[in-house]
Design a protein around this ligand. Structure first.
Ligand code: ZN
Length: 587
């Protein structure tokens, strides 16, 4: 399919033929009940005795590669089915798999995760606390990569209003550019936030896909002229070439064993209105349209396009071709969209991951050809994990359920605050409920404070609201943000993960749901501090790292930026919490 660059539509069907892979049945999901990973809050300089890449061949290119929503448990369930000549097998054989990698922060969403991959820092430091958060000043939601001042380019009128302005620390790419402006930094993803927050403000080029127009775009935040390779790529109308593509199972039958394709809670495919493969991807119409590009986003087509666009960037920017080291950031988004719509345990999600395995192999082959074997380093990780659909979790005896979490919490908090401070429903205390948080109307609380000081009243209001949330169905506990503030070294891993997310943008009350509890709106999702959301694989392949080894070190997905800084000969990013893993270094 979707796996090999420019192929006519008919030829794509041929790729449904199985690649040789193991037929071993996967084990049950690795889903721990205990929430939250161990975090490593300590700040350490790079060890002085670490082997310095100056003495070896420094990579000419580092690739930070994100597979959106690739949870550790999803990766480990699919691992027996990866092809012997696939990309994952190669990375595992030639790199180090950090099997205990997990986010330090509780806010396991796309914006925060990609910002961590790009900067090395947790959300507390990089400030991207959610995909969007409530801004007290404007009384509106702020989008993590939104920027009203970012101008569109004439070539891409739809590309404006996005930048890395909300990121509070530099990305690794920013640091590389400062150290050597001749180095190139490029980001490519389907989602704007993924490309922008990984690569950063000082990148040479950042491109993302617009479903509204069916093309990869950029804007004036990254230069007054669009890169030629981007214009050339769009001129091929590659996305349109997939119109009518038939999405069928890519792997052999055994790779889908035990998965049920048609489940009542899945979202039907847009064109076929069925919940099963095969399905034609047409956006329900007779010609490419917004609906088609949107359906393509929830299909393997999305990753294929990002793969091809990233290779166009690699060649167009001549990455890894000279003595100035370059950085390429890539994110595949389709495992996330498909996981949300059909569940991470669906036939569709398994199929997307098997295709990613093939795409990765092709991507690495292209790097071999364009940059040279051994001349680049590659770090694969994910922006967050995902939970089983509650219905599937219940069936496995893991508990879970659905509830209007935020509505319940808002109502319970409102009622409790009125009982504590007085007033009536005409003037609410809760300004915003969403993203597992509440934002209180501080002016309202202060107006009703009575004999209390303004500060005391507000702290009390947060605690009252948090306690009310704790009683809501499906909620483990609400925390006033000030209760967890600063506790990044706490003995309780749940407190630590909340503390690593407790930037003031995160809201006044932080809500932690019980495992596998979800709003009714999506079949499956993420965003909690639980292991299934926090644990993601990280596989690093490059100079001075062991080959074919597994490290049990407790690292975060920010390790990629730390490793890249070391490969580039830069200081460790100041807000990064990972340290160079001695256990993974080649002896
Ligand atoms: Zn994501």
């Amino acid at each position: 399919m979707i796996g090999c660059a420019p192929l006519p539509l008919v030829a794509l069907l041929l790729f449904a033929v199985a690649a040789p892979i193991s037929c071993a049945k996967s084990e049950s999901p690795v889903v721990a009940q205990d929430p939250v990973p161990a975090a490593k809050p300590q700040q350490e300089a790079l060890p002085q005795d670490a082997p310095q890449p100056a003495r070896i061949a420094r990579p000419r290119l580092v690739v930070l590669f994100s597979v959106d929503q690739l949870a550790s448990w999803v990766f480990e369930e699919c691992k027996p089915h990866f092809a012997v000549d696939g990309g994952f097998r190669r990375l595992l054989d030639q790199g180090v798999w950090f099997s205990e990698c997990a986010f330090a922060h509780a806010c396991t969403e796309t914006g925060p995760g990609h910002a961590t991959i790009g900067t090395g820092a947790p959300a507390l430091a990089h400030g991207i606390v959610k995909n969007e958060w409530y801004d007290r000043e404007t009384k509106k939601k702020a989008y993590c990569s939104g920027d009203a001042d970012a101008a569109a380019l004439a070539a891409f009128p739809e590309g404006g209003k996005r930048s890395a302005a909300r990121l509070l620390v530099p990305t690794l790419g920013d640091l590389l550019d400062r150290a050597n402006p001749a180095s190139k930094v490029v980001g490519v993803a389907h989602k704007d936030r993924s490309a922008i927050l990984m690569a950063g403000a000082r990148s040479d080029a950042v491109a993302w896909f617009e479903n509204a127009t069916g093309r990869f775009v950029t804007n004036a935040a990254w230069g007054s002229e669009p890169p030629k390779w981007l214009l050339d790529f769009n001129a091929t109308a590659r996305p349109q070439s997939f119109f009518g593509w038939n999405w069928d199972r890519f792997g052999p039958e055994s790779a889908y064993e035990g998965l049920v394709d048609d489940r009542a809670f899945e979202t039907p495919h847009y064109t076929t209105k069925a919940r099963t493969l095969p399905c034609a991807v047409r956006g329900g119409g007779n010609a490419p349209s917004v609906a088609f590009f949107t359906e393509a986003y929830v299909s393997p087509i999305s990753n294929q396009l990002v793969h091809e666009c990233a290779l166009a960037a690699l060649r167009g920017e001549q990455l890894g071709k000279d003595e100035h080291a370059d950085l390429l950031c890539v994110s595949f988004s389709a495992l996330d969209t498909v996981g949300h719509y059909f569940g991470p345990d669906s036939v569709e999600a398994r199929d997307v991951l098997l295709r990613i395995d093939r795409l990765l192999a092709e991507f690495l082959d292209a790097l071999d050809r364009e940059v040279g074997v051994g001349a680049y380093a590659f770090v694969l990780t994910a922006d967050h994990g995902v939970g089983l659909p509650p219905e599937a979790a219940v069936a496995k005896g893991l508990g879970g359920g659905r509830a209007l979490i935020h509505t319940q919490c808002r109502n319970a908090a409102e009622q409790a605050l009125r009982a504590e401070f007085g007033g009536d429903a005409s003037a609410p205390f809760v300004a915003h409920a969403g993203e597992y948080s509440l934002v209180l109307d501080r002016a309202r609380v202060e107006a009703m404070r009575g004999e209390r000081s303004a500060e005391d009243a507000f702290r009390r209001a947060c605690e009252v609201a948090a306690a009310a949330c704790s009683k809501a169905n499906g909620v483990r506990r609400g925390f006033a943000r000030h209760e967890v503030d600063g506790r990044v070294s706490d003995a309780d891993p749940l407190i630590r993960s909340l503390a690593f997310a407790a930037h003031e943008r995160a809201g006044d009350v932080l809500i932690v749901v019980e495992p596998y509890w979800l709003e009714p709106s999506l079949p499956a999702s993420h965003g909690t501090p639980h292991d299934y959301d926090a644990r993601v694989p990280l596989i690093a392949m490059g100079p001075m790292l062991q080959r074919g080894s597994v490290s049990k070190d407790a690292v975060t997905p920010g390790l990629g930026a730390v490793l890249a800084a070391w490969w580039f000969g830069l200081e460790k990013p100041a807000a990064a919490i990972d340290t160079l893993p001695q256990s993974a270094m080649a002896k």
